[in-house]
Write a protein that binds this ligand. Structure first.
Ligand code: ADP
Length: 316
């Protein structure tokens, strides 16, 4: 069983009543123990995908399996080996953290002694041991999010789904939580599927990322490979002239390659190891009105931009 993918998604589709095609036939596999990211702006279809994988949204086409269990044919078995942390809190604010975890453990049928041990261990891993006996109403946003994750882990899931785990947290707490999530993979034998619209989160935590745009996967690879395809460093500038014409000219002259792209008045040229000073001089030698010329390191936003013509961060 263990060489089976933890998650298999096959031609999965969801069109909501009223005809909104939220997910338009996507395929991917997640290996056991992998941290897999679904990256895309708001409305891309990430939550709908997680909803289908966690059996709360019924697919309108295709299927998916968790450790071999079909989410449509065997929803209880698929749910039994997985767990999800939603964006909206599900813990009870009037109970303490421990009571919440204990209650959840009992719902999952854990023996009390075992559950007690597991709760202490999880609180330790997630760094909430000291808060555990306080009512959840007194927790900070970051503490509550950690408790939500601990709750999802009580049942010892094989696959953990995290839907936008750091949304709404301030930057410092966000970084701390990312460390905690990063640490989880080392301690728990588990596969993590997370959605995010933060590029840095995907780059930092995920072994592989699927970039989603308008319900389809436009790129899927390791963050490193996706960035490598753009050659690491890029040259970027604005042109006064018609950008497509300018780009065509730069290509003809060998200044820009086939993978250079124009969005609005901005042209992006992957350098692929060419010295930035050479490329800069070449662009400036052209009879083009060029402005705001600079080099920088490629990000996953550039990958998204290149494949969709839209800006991930602005769209988010
Ligand atoms: P993301 O998680 O990437 O922000 P969603 O999966 O939430 O994207 O949404 C994808 C698309 O489906 C959006 O256009 C959204 O408005 C639509 N959508 C989501 N949930 C529903 C629903 N319950 N009914 C109708 N349309 C929905």
């Amino acid at each position: 069983m263990s060489d089976q993918p933890a998650v298999e998604v096959i031609a999965l589709e969801k069109t909501y009543p009223g005809g909104v095609p939220a997910v338009r036939g996507i395929d991917f596999e997640v290996a056991s123990g992998e941290v897999f990211g679904l990256l895309g702006p708001n409305g891309a279809g990430k939550s709908t995908t997680v909803g289908m994988l966690t059996t709360t949204v019924v697919p309108t086409g295709g299927t998916a399996r968790l450790s071999g269990y079909d989410v449509i044919e065997q929803p209880l078995l698929a749910r039994g080996i997985s767990s999800v942390v939603f964006q909206e809190p599900v813990v009870d604010r009037s109970l303490s953290g421990r009571e919440n975890l204990d209650l959840h453990g009992r719902l999952w049928g854990s023996a009390p002694a075992l559950a007690g041990h597991r709760i202490a261990e999880l609180a330790e891993v997630l760094g909430i041991s000291e808060q555990l006996d306080r009512p959840v109403g007194s927790y900070s946003g970051g503490e509550r999010r950690r408790l939500e994750i601990a709750r999802a882990l009580v049942s010892g899931p094989k696959v953990l789904f995290l839907d936008e785990p750091t949304v709404g947290l301030d930057p410092r707490i966000r970084q701390e939580l990312l460390d905690v999530i990063g640490g989880l993979r080392a301690r728990e034998e588990m596969t993590i599927v997370m959605t995010t619209h933060y590029l840095d989160e995907a780059e930092r935590l995920c072994d592989r990322v699927a970039i989603i745009h308008a319900g389809t996967i436009v790129a899927l690879d390791t963050p490193h490979a996706l960035l490598d395809a753009l050659g690491g460093e890029i040259l970027e500038f604005r042109v006064e002239d018609e950008p497509e014409h300018a780009l065509a000219r730069l290509r003809e002259r060998g200044v820009a390659g086939a993978d250079a792209f124009a969005i609005g008045a901005r042209i992006t040229v992957p350098l692929h190891g060419r010295p930035a000073s050479t490329a800069l001089a070449e662009v400036e030698a052209e009879p083009l009105m060029v402005d705001e010329i600079a080099t920088r390191v490629a990000t996953l936003d550039d990958v998204y931009l290149q494949r969709t013509g839209a800006d991930l961060q602005q769209a988010a």
